[in-house]
Ligand binder design. Structure first.
Ligand code: T3D
Length: 258
């Protein structure tokens, strides 16, 4: 089996690299299944932050359109149901922060996978493209859910309908992503953020992510109740005690992620 997704870990950071550069890291079935395996591997307790990037000049051009048109291929229903939906669900369910380092064009499912991550950092020359409308499809991989929440309904609908290719600086200005950095600094800066997050109170961060996930469907009353409950849970962690103790003792905290 070829390594279409490279997985490695250093200390508490797992690195997942999309590795089909000659096809702009577009996903075929084998790669999508390997991506799911990598995300499962990253759910191990020893991993406290996940870093996703692409090999070569593109981040990810979405679905491999050759496979999509192949009569002996998986077909569109399986592609959405068995490839992209599980990837997005796994990213959102990971109880740790996922940093996406967008190193080039992110199109179609590739764009929406990036936007499903918790912290998105892009190189200055990268771009985002809701490519679906250009080929008669609808945005998938959570795009219709996440994009309007990031940049507002009107801009999301325009981008999804027009399929404009948005430069990273414009994506930043719209609130689609967190940061844009010079191309040559991308890996270092994005990895620094992943390492920093991996040393923070992982349990509290996981509970924050859970609340953000839930907030999309909750009323304010319900969300306030959930904040109360999960704050109690956060306060029972080792890292809360350590954080407060370190503050009072005027020293650097040593978080364990527990
Ligand atoms: O069944 C289903 O389809 C359902 C699933 C849907 C999920 C989706 O993601 S749908 C959207 C699929 N993606 C696209 O429509 C994007 C298609 N690609 C592009 O629009 C452009 O390639 C880019 C804007 C991403 C980059 O443009 P550019 O000019 O920088 O590069 P290029 O020359 O177009 O592409 C470079 C190579 O990558 C080229 O290969 P070659 O000719 O050098 O051998 C090109 O064919 C290949 N490539 C790029 N995107 C894909 C791809 N090969 C297969 N599938 C792709 N999606």
């Amino acid at each position: 089996m070829s390594e279409l997704i490279k997985y490695s870990s250093t200390n508490a950071v797992a690195e997942i690299v999309l590795n089909r550069p000659d096809k702009f890291n577009s996903f075929n079935r084998e790669m999508a299944l390997q991506m799911q395996q990598a995300l499962d591997q990253a759910s191990d307790k020893s991993i406290r932050a996940v870093f996703i990037t692409g090999e070569g000049k593109a981040f990810c051009a979405g679905q491999d359109l050759t496979e999509a048109m192949d009569p002996s291929g998986p077909g569109i229903k399986k592609i959405v149901e068995e490839h992209y939906n599980p990837i997005i669900k796994k990213i959102r369910a990971l109880e740790k922060p996922v940093v996406c380092s967008v190193n080039g064009v992110a199109a179609g499912a590739g764009a929406n996978m990036a936007l499903a991550c918790d912290v998105v950092i892009a190189s200055a020359s990268s771009s985002f493209l809701q490519a679906f409308s250009k080929i008669g499809l609808i945005p998938d991989s959570g795009g219709t859910f996440i994009l309007p929440r990031l940049i507002g309904w009107n801009r999301a609908s325009a981008l999804m309908m027009l399929g404009d290719k948005i430069p990273a600086a414009e994506a930043l200005q719209m609130g689609m992503i967190y940061k844009v950095v010079p191309d040559e600094k991308l890996r270092e800066e994005a990895m620094n953020i992943a390492v920093l997050l991996s040393q923070m109170p992982t349990k509290g961060i996981a509970l924050t992510k859970k609340l953000l996930n839930e907030s999309f469907g909750n009323t304010l009353d319900k969300q306030l109740d959930r904040e109360r409950d999960l704050q109690v849970e956060a306060a029972s962690s080792h890292d809360y005690k350590e954080g407060v103790q370190a503050f009072l003792e005027k020293r650097k905290p040593l978080f364990k992620g527990e």
